[in-house]
Design a protein around this ligand. Structure first.
Ligand code: NAD
Ligand code: LMR
Length: 328
């Protein structure tokens, strides 16, 4: 039984994610925090007939209370992209938001699991880690950048090419990071053999890497993925809650590789080099990252090349995040 805080709960992701977490039988307390509109969201969701107790927290003055005695903080706070923007363009605003929120978590629930949704994930996760390190409470097993939407897209887009595939059951490992070419789907290691030609592999890889742009373009200035992200975030949170309760569950996440030094060696061998963070399939357990999951085979030459491209961009993103805290 788990107490969950959603920080940014009144937003496009925050609202449906809050609803989905209210429906999760593993959640006993749901703290909804935002700087606007959250009393209405919380009142509305609190009428749903499940046992979780919902409480609203509005504005910086209530942040400490929002993150006190919680087991899991999910962070979708911050600005989304508009057409023409990259996720890195969000850094200026979202870096400071994530830093402030993680400082409060470190002070009031230092043992909490933290799941960061706010973009750019490749940099906001290192920001969170540096804040936790500075406060002396960093446990790499408990910090996650949520990359579930990338594997959700991989499963669904694969079905568009192979209509016989069950999108809900198909698992495609996606490694690297969460933006453009840092997203590397390992289609050759999908749980169902897809039998893709080289051309199909390239096409599907690019679609997965730039799936977020499809939504940003279609929303035409009104934001980025919210509903599919709420689904993905709720799936990640449910997996973590089940793992806390003793189930063996595998989900992807962008993690600090220090969480599993043995597994990290294999990931480095794939081309992650000396990076400190990488998105990988993770076996979750009661303490968070139990170990980095086996990929079940060797990536192809095409996939290894894509990992090398991802690693170069990721190194810069990670450095930017860490430097933000060091220089603050
Ligand atoms: P949104 O603008 O609809 O909602 C963001 C919410 O954050 C708003 O309610 C806002 O009031 C709140 N907020 C702003 N500053 C805050 C603060 N200091 N403390 C608490 N709350 C604060 O945006 P959205 O569509 O929900 O997207 C949120 C973030 O999630 C964006 O950065 C977006 O890029 C990211 N995102 C990530 C993924 C992923 O796969 N990881 C997917 C989709 C979106
Ligand atoms: C996504 O992948 O949909 C999110 O990271 C939002 C975005 O900016 O594309």
């Amino acid at each position: 039984m788990v107490s969950v805080a959603i920080l940014g709960a009144a937003g496009g992701i925050g609202q449906p994610l809050s609803l989905l977490m209210k429906l999760n039988a593993g959640v006993t307390k749901l703290h909804l925090y935002d700087i606007v509109n959250v009393p209405g969201v919380a009142a509305d969701i609190s009428h749903v007939a499940t046992n979780a107790e919902v409480q609203s927290f509005l504005g910086a003055g209530q942040l400490a209370a929002a993150v006190t005695k919680i087991d899991l903080a999910i962070i979708p706070a911050g600005v989304p992209r508009k057409p023409g923007m990259t996720r890195d363009d969000l850094f200026k605003i979202n870096a400071g938001i994530v830093k402030t929120l993680v400082e409060a978590i470190a002070a009031h629930s230092p043992q909490a699991f933290i799941a960061v949704i706010s973009n750019p994930v490749n940099s906001t996760v290192p920001i969170a880690a540096e804040v936790l390190k500075a406060k002396g409470v960093f446990d790499p097993r408990r910090l996650f950048g949520v990359t579930t939407l990338d594997v959700v897209r991989a499963s669904r887009f694969a079905r568009d090419l192979r209509p016989g595939v069950d999108a809900a059951a198909l698992r495609v490992p996606v490694v690297g990071g969460h933006s453009g070419t840092t997203i590397v789907p390992l289609l050759s290691l999908a749980s169902t053999r897809l039998g893709l030609s080289d051309e199909e592999t390239e096409e599907l890889t690019t679609r997965i890497q730039f799936g977020g742009d499809e939504v940003v373009k279609a929303k035409d200035g009104a934001g980025s993925a919210t509903l599919s992200m709420a689904y993905a975030g709720a799936r990640f949170a449910d997996s973590l809650i089940r793992a806390i309760n003793g189930d063996a569950v595998v989900e992807p996440a962008f993690i600090a590789l220090a969480a599993d030094p043995d597994g990290a060696k294999e990931v480095r061998g794939l081309g992650a080099g000396d990076l400190d963070y990488f998105a990988v399939p993770v076996e979750l357990g009661p303490r968070g990252v139990q170990r980095i999951a086996q990929l079940g085979g060797a990536p192809t030459a095409f996939e290894r090349k894509a990992i090398a491209v991802a690693a170069e961009a990721l190194a810069a993103n990670i450095k930017t995040g860490a430097a933000f805290v060091a220089g603050a």
